[in-house]
Structures are given as structure tokens and as C-alpha cells.
Design a binder for this molecule. Sequence first.
Ligand code: CO8
Length: 256
Amino acid sequence: PASYEHILTETPKPGVGLITLNRPKALNALSSPLFQELNDALSNFDQDNDIGAIILTGSEKAFAAGADIKEMAPLTFSSAYSNNFIAPWSHLANSIRKPVIAAVSGYALGGGCELALMCDIIYCTANATFGQPEIKLGVIPGAGGSQRLTRAIGKSRAMELILTGKNFSGKEAGEWGVAARVVDGGKEELLAETLKTAETIAGYSRVAVVAAKEVVNKSQELSLREGVEYERRLFHGLFGSMTAFAEKKKPEWSHE
Ligand code: CO8
């Protein structure tokens, strides 16, 4: 197993890969070295046939308090543009095919909120703190926040949050549909609930799970007609896997 400096990885249950952001002194501020490790760990779990679902979490106090402001402050337009700054962040959203569930406790601000929004499902604690405070720093969201938050909660609310830099709570995240579930208690209870869902997903056919994620994501990109056609193609592609139900047997997925 790889050894990392800014993240921890483990397999807490069969089929479930857990990645914990671990820069406690900086409230898990997202630096380039951290992202390199995160992308590596995500790829490893994604390619591991024994893993069916991935959880991404932080500490009790912070999922991630944003992009690393100390790394960004000295950047200029030309250095950021030439190095395509934060482009590697898209790896999670663009290339990881297995489901990733964000378990958010504490701060998920700026890039931290955007990172959570890149995940396929968000679970959070009621007093988690989400927000896009970039406007207060004289910049704007740069890792998809203006697009993904707007798709998640609609234009008027997203506009208000991004223009004022006001935070929103985990409770509101649940009410607005940003989070699929708001868990009572702290990080421990949150992780326990997230693990249950991850285990459920990891128990299903890997190919069906990957296809399901792919088609739901297509709904964000395609017209309804194109999306429905895309879904039907993949649906046809999965035929041949339903015999166990018809024969009243427990399915045994081969995960190859
Ligand atoms: N980047 C780097 N370091 C951070 C960050 C961050 N985003 N957030 C917190 N830290 C560090 C603090 O500097 C501090 O370090 P040190 O002890 O060395 O001074 C340590 O983490 C603990 O933080 P605090 O002492 O501030 O902890 P508090 O509990 O008092 O406050 C807060 C917690 C409210 C979360 C506070 O830390 C905060 O406001 N953080 C910044 C939140 C933020 O604005 N996030 C958005 C970042 S911007 C972004 O993601 C997109 C692009 C922005 C471009 C900016 C160009 C300049």
C-alpha cells in the first residue's frame, strides 16, 4: 500500500475504500501535493477489483476549509494559466468510475465545498458548514462550484450564496438536496451511516454500479432524449445478468 503524507487510506469494510483528508493543522486545506495523493488513492481504489465504493471524508472539524490560500496567494494569471492550476482536481469528477460518497463534518468551504460537490453522494452532519466564500477573497469559485452548486440548488439560491459568500449548514444542505442524508451526531455517527450505504453499493454487481453512475451523470450533460437513449444502450448492455433472480438464487457477482 502507498504511504501518503496528507491523506490516509484504508479498507474499513470489505469492498469499501476510505480516504481521509489529513492536514489537521491547515483544516485540510487542499494543496497541490494533497491533490496528487488524493488522485493517486482514488485511482488505486477505482482500479482495485475488491473495491466497490469509495468514501471521502475529513476530520470532525473540517472536511476541507478550501483550496490552500497560502499556495494560491503568490500566483499570477500567467503562472496559474500556464500551469493550468487546479486542473488536476477534475480527476475525481472526470475519471473515477466507481461511486464516491463524501462524508462531510465541519467546514466544507470554497474548494472543500466544490470537492464535496464533485462526489456522487453527499452525507453530512447537521452542523457541517458549507459555503463558497471566494467572493470575500476577491475571487470566484474555481473548481466547478458555480456550475455544480447551481445545478444542485437552483440559480437564485446559488447566486445568493456565491455573491454574498454566506455559509449554509448541513441541515440546509439536506433540505435543499445538496446532501442526500443529514446524520444526527458527529463524525463517528456520520461515518457509520456512510459505511452502511457504501457496503450496500459494494455488494452489487460492479458493472451495474459503474453503469448506473455513468447514466445518472449523463443526465447532467445531455438532453432528455439523448440521456434516455444513452441509458437504454447501457441497459441493453447489462442483459444476461438477471438469471439469478429468475432462478430464485442469490446472485454472486464475479467483479472481474
Ligand atoms: N488555506 C490555507 N490555510 C488554511 C485554510 C485555507 N483555505 N483554511 C484554514 N487554514 C489554516 C489557517 O491559516 C490556520 O493555520 P495557522 O494555524 O498556521 O495560522 C489553520 O488552518 C487553522 O485555521 P483557523 O485558525 O483560521 O481556524 P478557526 O477555527 O479559527 O477558523 C475557518 C476556521 C473559519 C474555516 C477559517 O480557517 C477560514 O475562514 N478559513 C478560510 C476559509 C476560506 O476562505 N476558504 C475558501 C478558500 S478559497 C478557495 O477555495 C478558492 C479560490 C480562492 C483564491 C484565493 C486567492 C488568494
